[in-house]
Design a protein around this ligand. Structure first.
Ligand code: ATP
Ligand code: MG
Length: 196
């Protein structure tokens, strides 16, 4: 098989929404990727663990949203209570690839701008090339040594934080895929306050 172009997409996905799916589709199209692997964070280091929806629910929502997309996959690599650091995920993933495969990491401008706060970030930039997606209101700088492909021609004004607020207020949230909305309703997620 020819070299593969594989892109990891880490996130809290609390919940997954249309912008996550659009950015993955655009990355595939613009950078000729073979697949995008969604990796829900087990225990996001940048978020307060008590405020995050349980892993199993976030994972299930990502699976529902990705079902039917031929080039989307879901990885359970960050399952577990340990803190999920991208460097560990990249190292483990790299080992599963052939030497000539290309490894990318899909990320929004807001998250990329904080790259230098990541655990062992200098090693992270050595292991992967970033696909950085523009986001309304977000600017970013490129740290020394980071390799970046810019995906600048999308502006998607959607954020999980706002969707959690909408759901808590009982408002419609069409930015969430229908199957995920049904799951949220069935499980009674986001209806309590204090989850933003
Ligand atoms: P929250 O509001 O809870 O932070 P979020 O919408 O930012 O949620 P995350 O799970 O934090 O979603 O994001 C996962 C990745 O997707 C991050 O790299 C983030 O920057 C990116 N991302 C999410 N929404 C967008 C968007 N609308 N445009 C560009 N990038 C986005
Ligand atoms: Mg975010």
């Amino acid at each position: 098989m020819a070299d593969q172009r594989i892109c990891l997409f880490g996130g809290t996905f609390d919940p997954i929404h249309a912008a996550h799916l659009r950015m993955a589709e655009e990355a595939i199209r613009q950078f000729d990727l073979d697949r995008v692997v969604f990796v829900p964070a087990g225990n996001p280091p940048h978020k307060d663990a008590r405020a995050v929806t349980p892993y199993e629910d976030r994972l299930e929502m990502v699976k529902l949203a990705c079902a039917g997309h031929l080039k989307f996959e879901v990885s359970e690599m960050e399952r577990g209570s340990e803190r999920s650091y991208t460097i560990h995920t990249l190292e483990r993933f790299r080992k599963q690839l052939a030497p000539d495969d290309h490894l990318f990491f899909l990320i929004g401008a807001d998250a990329f701008d904080e790259l230098e706060t990541w655990h062992r970030w200098q090693e992270v930039v050595g292991l992967t090339e970033f696909i950085v997606v523009s986001r309304p209101g977000a600017t970013y700088h490129i740290p020394a040594g980071a390799r970046v492909l810019r995906l600048d021609n999308v502006q998607l004004p959607i954020a999980s934080r706002e969707l959690r607020a909408k759901l808590a207020a009982g408002e419609a949230a069409p930015e969430i895929p229908a199957a995920v909305r049904e799951f949220i309703a069935r499980r009674g997620l986001y209806c309590l306050t204090g989850t933003q």
